[in-house]
Design a protein around this ligand. Structure first.
Ligand SMILES: N[C@@H](CCC(=O)N[C@@H](CS)C(=O)NCC(=O)O)C(=O)O
Length: 222
């Protein structure tokens, strides 16, 4: 299938507007794959966003999932749609209070940790703070994760769940700012968890270049 063809109005296969390195898009791709949903990917360029994405989601962020009958343009909503419509039980087999714990953790990630992560990532924009101080300001969340991973192999249980998938791409970014700093931390369970998820088949599949993914999706169209 040609790369551009995925933008056609043929909506038999869900189309994800994505950006390979965006952590929100990563969580959406991982959840779609994890739940066994076949989908196409259109990799956008931020400098030249295709009009197709702006038409269906004027706020212009990725990921955006185009379905036959609706558009979903928040990563967490895409994850929830995937788990509700796919074949995986990584969401539905959890008790409601465990799901609530996962959602609260994701809220903390998206609305508290992310602010500190962005300052740490772009530390040169904050000359009045040292890089180490900005990294240190992120540790409240890493410590919370360490506490949870001391109880279970993954964040909510001994099985990977939506919470691991939603949060892991941001911790990967945190580690990537300065790997020496990350490995020097005493948070060994988080380090193992990150390494486990980074080398997982699920993550590798989510990082496949769009052209390859689209080609395999096409073969399944009747
Ligand atoms: N709350 C949104 C946030 C998505 C988001 O901010 N994505 C970034 C890329 S990582 C984006 O598209 N930014 C728009 C831009 O840079 O123009 C979600 O969860 O989907």
């Amino acid at each position: 299938m040609d790369y551009v063809d995925v933008l056609s109005k043929d909506t038999r296969i869900p189309l994800l507007f994505s950006y390979r390195r965006c952590p929100y898009a990563m969580r959406a791709r991982m959840a779609l794959i994890d739940s066994g949903i076949d989908f196409n990917v259109y990799e956008i360029s931020f400098k030249n966003k295709p009009h197709e994405i702006i038409e269906i989601s004027p706020k212009g962020t990725v990921p955006v999932l185009r379905l036959a009958n609706k558009v979903i343009d928040e990563s967490l909503d895409i994850m929830m749609w995937a788990y509700a419509n796919g074949s995986s039980s990584h969401y539905s087999d959890l008790d409601k209070d465990v799901i609530d714990t996962g959602l609260e953790l994701i809220r903390k990630n998206d609305h508290e940790f992310k602010l500190h992560l962005d300052q740490y990532k772009y530390f040169t924009n904050y000359p009045s703070s040292s890089k180490d101080a900005l990294g240190g300001a992120c540790l409240f969340f890493i410590e919370t994760l360490e506490g949870m991973l001391n109880l279970n192999k993954y964040l909510l249980s001994d099985k990977i769940s939506f919470a691991d998938i939603a949060i892991f791409p941001f911790i990967r970014q945190f580690a990537g700012v300065d790997m020496n700093f990350f490995t020097s931390l005493k948070f060994h369970r988080v380090q193992e968890w990150l390494s486990d998820l980074t080398s997982s088949e699920l993550f590798m599949n989510a990082m496949i270049k769009p052209r390859q993914r689209n080609a395999s999706a096409q073969t399944e169209v009747p």
